[in-house]
Ligand binder design. Structure first.
Ligand SMILES: Nc1ncnc2c1ncn2[C@@H]1O[C@H](COP(=O)(O)OP(=O)(O)OP(=O)(O)O)[C@@H](O)[C@H]1O
Length: 320
């Protein structure tokens, strides 16, 4: 069953900016759905429409079977949205924050207390109860914020960049929380992220969008097949001028695109098995020292770059 269905959705702001342009997506009940896209792709606009804060200009949007144009209250009753800015009250304790939230949802005290205990346990928050909320790290504050949003037991939880700015340990802890929301609470999770690794690890479905419309929507596994394993990876031995080398390799006729991460080059070729030998020869002929060369499965980064033509994280001349 579909939790969210979006057909031919467009949104034009009063300024004339078309933030969404004939967008189509489908989110299944109970899945973790990740929305990826460069800045300005239209992700926030889409979330604001799905959570009924913004009206579409045209198109059909249904959330839990309810129309966003006409059944906003029915939708709001069954969704929660966690924004990037945490909404906890530093003057209240962990439990007080959760109970305060339950009052907004008009839960009776028995239900509220029961849910609070379940969520504290499920989200690993027990050990933080004795500390002041002001002393919490950003990661724990965010975990509490999500626990508060879960007090209503929403059918869909929207998470806007849940791990932005976190260190890797906190990010991993958050991934466990998101998985728990799906497995233990059966909640559909719709999240936006800039971390491709996060989308790959967490998602049942990934949607990459740019310029207001979807470029691709599929499972991470299928998305990787999309580029047909035509990536050759070269690990260089401390190159003196990696940029020059990247330019040289890019100029080879069979190279469709190239991406560089520190001492590693990822080259997208027409036929990796054949072109791998030519590249190997090229490196030898030019006496370029390298420690390894091989054909690799493309990562979600490669696919993202290939589709959006973005330059991110030390990536050069991405046109994979
Ligand atoms: N209220 C507004 N009025 C006019 N244009 C807007 C408004 N809000 C967003 N936009 C524009 O619409 C486009 C999509 O913006 P949106 O915030 O939805 O993108 P995004 O994918 O969420 O970007 P980011 O990752 O940077 O948050 C951008 O060009 C943005 O400048």
């Amino acid at each position: 069953m579909e939790a969210i269905s979006v057909s031919n959705l467009s949104k034009e702001y009063a300024s004339g900016k078309k933030a969404l342009d004939n967008l189509n997506i489908s989110v299944s009940t109970g899945e973790i759905f990740s929305l990826l896209g460069p800045n300005g792709a239209g992700k926030s606009t889409l979330i604001n429409i799905l959570t009924t804060f913004l009206k579409p200009t045209s198109g059909q949007v249904s959330v839990l079977g309810h129309d966003v144009h006409t059944e906003q209250n029915s939708i709001r009753a069954h969704i929660s949205c966690v924004a990037q800015k945490v909404s906890i009250d530093n003057h209240l304790s962990l439990r007080e924050n959760m109970l305060f939230q339950s009052r907004l949802y008009k839960l009776d005290s028995m239900t509220a207390n029961k849910r609070m205990e379940i969520l504290i346990a499920a989200f690993g928050l027990k050990e933080y109860e004795k500390h002041k909320v002001t002393a919490y790290s950003g990661g724990i504050k965010r975990r509490l914020d999500i626990a508060m949003s879960m007090m209503s037991y929403p059918k869909i939880l929207f998470l806007d960049e849940p791990t932005v700015g976190m260190d890797i340990e906190s990010r991993k802890a958050m991934w466990e929380v998101v998985k728990t929301i799906k497995t233990e609470f059966g909640t559909t999770v719709f999240l936006t992220t800039h971390y491709l690794e996060e989308a790959e690890i967490l998602s049942d479905t990934v949607c990459i969008m740019d310029n207001g419309h979807e470029l691709v929507q599929d499972t991470p596994e299928h998305l990787r097949e999309h580029t047909h394993k035509n990536i050759v990876r070269i690990d260089l031995d401390n190159p003196k001028r990696p940029q020059k080398l990247v330019t040289q390799i890019s100029a080879l006729p069979f190279i469709k695109g190239i991406r560089q991460e520190q001492n590693t080059i990822y080259a997208n070729t027409h036929d990796a098995k054949r072109d791998f030998h030519v590249l190997n020869q090229f490196l030898s002929n030019n006496q370029i020292p390298y420690s390894a060369i091989g054909v690799v499965t493309p990562s979600l980064d490669d696919i993202f770059l290939s589709l959006t033509h973005q330059n991110e994280g030390g990536v050069h001349n991405a046109n994979l």
